[in-house]
Ligand binder design. Structure first.
Ligand code: SF4
Ligand code: SF4
Length: 341
């Protein structure tokens, strides 16, 4: 394990940014979000970003390809530019876990090569939590918030950042900044991990009972009367899906250019009434059905098809951002298991 004093950390950003585009949580217009670091910018470690780092790998909008028409011929042009290696710094353990969920979707056959290119180019520096908040529910989803699964894991304790490379990409990154780091033992980090685990025990959403969410109970949960009440006030605004690190629905659209068409994709939301609308009709006609689909997918369908992995990492963004204060924890408390009352 290595360490660097936080008073020296801007030098670390400088050295990394000479080699890579460096993205980190940065406060702009009063909100903290992952943004490209430039000289003098302060990285904020003690706040959750409004948007998750999924943007780095699955951007909100992305050009796919262009069609150029010349007479009767159509040329297909791949609009991708080569993805240069980049670093995403300060990713919380829940968000690190979200990449595993997204990998299951985008790297399954047929592989989404747009996502794959970015995953291969990205180096993730995870940051262990020391002050989980009341909206955190990662432990309920099996995420250890003291062990970020990333290329490098890091911890901030007593004004110092501790760093440990986990993968070859991580080793390469730490060798780039080796001149700024000194050897460290893990005593203080271990103490902080133990304290964080004690905080987790006192948080209201870190021990939700999920026992009922199994494929065996699929029909029973699907037909619960509680869905009506849970979804009644939903505005269908889609905020929960946009801030969610694991939501991955998208639409593909065409944009007319002077000599052809540009095809791009953009995030979509299963909460929207025109989502999945087809010429054959709309399979989910009511907001209750759309609301139910979102949570059934995260809690039952996805784990049933992915070795028990939930499509929720318990980041709590939906709990803090929904305008009607609805969130996955409330759904679990109503439908999850006998210990949630
Ligand atoms: S953020 Fe809340 S109101 Fe908006 S779609 Fe999600 S559950 Fe409904
Ligand atoms: S459903 Fe809510 S808590 Fe779960 S990953 Fe998405 S935003 Fe985070």
């Amino acid at each position: 394990m290595k360490k660097i004093s936080l008073s020296n950390i801007s030098k670390l950003y400088e050295v990394i940014s000479r080699e890579y585009d460096l993205y980190a949580p940065i406060k702009k217009a009063g909100k903290v979000n992952f943004a490209k670091w430039t000289d003098g910018e302060e990285v904020v470690f003690n706040a959750q970003t409004v948007r998750s780092p999924k943007d780095m790998f699955f951007p909100q909008t992305m050009d796919l390809y262009s069609l150029k028409m010349q007479g009767k011929t159509v040329e297909v042009i791949d609009d991708r530019s080569e993805t240069a290696p980049f670093v995403v710094f300060g990713v919380k353990p829940c968000d690190c876990k979200s990449f595993e969920v997204l990998d299951r979707v985008f790297l399954a056959e047929p592989v989404d090569t747009y996502y794959q290119n970015r995953r291969e180019a990205g180096i993730i520096v995870g940051l262990g939590c020391s002050a989980p908040s009341e909206s955190c529910m990662c432990a309920s989803f099996g995420v250890d918030n003291t062990e970020p699964v990333a290329d490098v894991k890091s911890y901030i304790v007593d004004g110092e950042m501790y760093l440990d490379a986990i993968t070859d990409k991580g080793e390469k990154l730490l060798s780039l900044i080796a001149g700024l780091l000194v050897d460290a033992d893990s005593t203080k980090v271990d103490e902080q991990k133990a304290k964080t685990k004690e905080i987790n025990k006192k948080l209201p959403l870190q021990n939700l009972d999920m026992t009922r969410f199994t494929a065996d109970n699929l029909n029973e949960i699907f037909n619960e009367e509680e869905w009506e009440g849970l979804s009644e006030a939903c505005l269908a605004c889609g905020t929960c899906t946009y801030v969610c690190p694991t939501c991955q629905c998208y639409d593909i659209r065409d944009f007319k250019t002077n000599d052809g068409v540009k095809r791009f994709r953009c995030w979509d939301s299963c909460m929207y009434s025109d989502f999945t609308k087809m010429s054959a009709g709309q399979p989910r006609n009511t907001q209750m059905q759309r609301f139910r689909q979102r949570f059934m997918h995260k809690l039952v369908y996805f784990p049933a098809n992915n070795d028990g992995m939930y499509s929720c990492v318990g980041c709590g963004r939906c709990a803090t951002k929904c305008p009607i204060s609805m969130n996955i924890a409330k759904v679990i408390k109503k439908l999850g298991g006998k210990h949630n009352d």
